[in-house]
Design a protein around this ligand. Sequence first.
Ligand code: ADP
Ligand code: CDP
Length: 234
Amino acid sequence: MELIYEGKAKRVYRLNNERLVMEFKDEVTAFDGLRKEVAIGKGRLAAAQTAFFMSYLEGNGVRTHFIDWDGDRRITVRALRMVPIEVIVRNYAYGSFLKRMPMVKPLTRFSKPLVEFHLKSDELHDPLLTMDDITEAGLLTREELQEIINTSLRVNDLLTNLLSTRGLILVDFKLEFGFDGSGRLLLADEMSGDTMRILRNGKHLDKELFRKGASAMDLVKAYAELNALLGVKS
Ligand code: ADP
Ligand code: CDP
């Protein structure tokens, strides 16, 4: 397989015209790559989480790029033309929301889920975008943007409910979308502790631990704990 891209968290290989293989690395990074360590076992645990969440969403009518998980660190997905936007859904105030709205107390529950958009650009530090920015720059039409919002809110409902049955709170998460060959929008990339904040009795079972100074090994333990609670085979 030809390696076509290596990012911070994954290597992407081309399987054929329609399919890619995404390989989850053991590296964990934070603060725009400033802190970087090897977390042995993380790749497999994050691949397993992505397979679990995406299969669950597919089963509930959300179209995703996910096809198959190899039981280790690789998943096969549909090759998409990616929308260069990160969609963030927030149920509780945290992270970059608190940085721009410091008058709000951490972990305040919002009256409704908030949806926001950031340009996917490491150099520009993923700036916040308005809906007008997105449509005027020609990244998406109004209708496509509305479809992404609707899907993101549906994903939030499904995951909030699923996680609550395991005593877990979904604080926030990031989604990416892409277009398939027929022009349909599909949920893409990954869904794991690297892209979601999940609390159990006030303790993070996600990358926030590493951002707050925990060791790579403690991060792997937390991901394993999350998988055990979800009943994810890994
Ligand atoms: P980053 O680029 O942020 O460092 P990763 O290491 O996670 O991220 O690399 C994975 C890359 O693959 C990202 O650029 C992501 O947008 C892209 N991607 C995810 N799903 C698909 C897909 N189905 N088709 C094409 N590209 C995808
Ligand atoms: O992570 P940070 O505090 O900088 O940003 P945030 O906007 O508060 O992140 C909201 C959610 O999106 C968190 O669950 C992050 O893990 C996730 N996220 C991500 O997966 N990738 C990014 N580039 C930014 C945020």
